[in-house]
Every structure is written in structure tokens, then in C-alpha cells.
Design a protein around this ligand. Structure first.
Ligand SMILES: [Zn+2]
Length: 220
């Protein structure tokens, strides 16, 4: 009886763990990753002195590198979701085409889809650092909150949260799926820039986003 009890216990654990894994992998829907700006539109550009040399840093370059990492990680987790980048290289893409709503009918896939627009902030106050998240409607708050948890767990105090705020950015307003716009750090702050230009820092940003996305879909 004891052995049967133990076997049943192990069976229950395995169906719980793998059952959850399979249902996550079977999800349909679309994840749109929007590396902001691109081409003629560089986004924020900032000059820092690194080891005595003047170095220009470009928002459009960092956000693309983060988006590549997030896409690759998501492709390993979700076999059946469309994982889409709004741009694959240093190209200019119109705001209208970044929402993909003219291509996909999201009416049946609202729950299984989301959009994350990735930016880097800047400020004339060069001591300001950290990340902030924007949403344009209450439906997206849940997603923002899971992304926040993903960042807080990986970075602790290394990249502080400035806030989750409501703002009517075009891409958020026009996307008819849950959507957030995240500013990962400040290009004007040297600590944030060194973090974002290190392979380790980029990897952590990508993993924080992925962990937030996975936790969000699991919560639905
Ligand atoms: Zn931007």
C-alpha cells in the first residue's frame, strides 16, 4: 500500500508539472515584440565618456538586441505561438504596421496574445535610473505587473522600478491585445548604459521579460 501510495503521489506530481508545461506549449496566439525606433529614427542617443573616449549610445541598437534574445527564448518555450519582431534589423517601421492588427484577427486570440514595446528612456537628470512601464488600459495592468515581478526578481535593486503608469501611447492605444511599453533603464545614466551594453545585463533584461510573459500566460 505504501508503494502504491508513493507511486500515486509521484504520478500526481508529474501530471501536475508536465500537464502545466504541455498546456502552456499548446497555447496559440501571437506575441509581438516591438524593438522601438529603427533606421532613420534612432530614438534616444547619448554620449558618454568610456575609459576617456567619447562613445555614442543608441536606443534603437539596444532594444533590438534585447528583442532578439527574448524572441529566441520564447521560441524555445512556446512551440505554437507566433513570436514576431516588428523589425528584424535597423529598419524604419511605421507605427501603424507595428500593431499587426491589419494582418492578424486578434478577436479569437485576445487572451493568448500580447504586445511589448521595448524602449530605453533618457533624462537631462543623469542620476535618474531604472525602468518604467506604461499601459493605456486596465486590461494590460495584469501583464505589466507580471513583467514588474520578472524584473524585480532578477535585478532586485540593481534596476529599480520607477513606476507603472497609464499613458496613451499610440502603439498601446491602437493594439487590440494586452500591451505594455517598457523603458529598460536610462540611456543618460552611465550605470544603466553599462548594464545594457554588457552581455550579462542584456541577458538579464531578456530573461526578466520572458519570466514575466510566461507567468502572465500561466495566470490566465
Ligand atoms: Zn524610445
Amino acid at each position: 500500500m505504501k508503494i502504491i501510495g508513493l507511486l500515486f503521489f509521484l504520478y500526481s506530481i508529474s501530471t501536475f508539472v508536465f500537464g502545466q508545461e504541455i498546456s502552456t506549449r499548446n497555447n496559440t496566439g501571437t506575441i509581438i515584440l516591438d524593438p522601438a525606433h529603427g533606421g532613420k529614427e534612432p530614438g534616444a542617443v547619448f554620449l558618454h565618456k568610456i575609459d576617456g573616449n567619447d562613445v555614442f549610445f543608441f536606443e534603437k541598437e539596444i532594444v533590438l538586441r534585447v528583442a532578439y534574445l527574448v524572441r529566441d527564448k520564447l521560441n524555445e518555450i512556446y512551440a505554437y505561438k507566433n513570436i514576431i519582431l516588428t523589425r528584424e534589423d535597423d529598419a524604419f517601421v511605421s507605427m501603424e504596421s507595428r500593431t499587426y492588427k491589419s494582418i492578424f484577427d486578434f478577436s479569437n486570440d485576445y487572451i493568448t496574445s500580447l504586445l511589448i514595446s521595448i524602449h530605453i528612456d533618457f533624462s537631462i537628470n543623469q542620476t535618474l535610473r531604472g525602468y518604467n512601464i506604461f499601459i493605456s488600459d486596465e486590461n494590460s495592468y495584469n501583464l505589466a505587473n507580471y513583467i514588474r515581478q520578472g524584473f524585480n526578481k532578477i535585478f532586485e535593486n540593481d534596476l529599480p522600478l520607477i513606476g507603472i503608469r497609464q499613458y496613451d501611447w499610440y502603439i498601446l492605444r491602437e493594439s487590440n491585445i494586452p500591451a505594455i511599453l517598457i523603458n529598460i533603464g536610462y540611456l543618460s545614466n552611465i550605470d544603466d548604459v553599462l548594464l545594457l551594453y554588457s552581455d550579462e545585463g542584456l541577458e538579464k533584461c531578456a530573461q526578466a521579460l520572458v519570466n514575466g510573459i510566461v507567468a502572465y500566460f500561466k495566470s490566465l
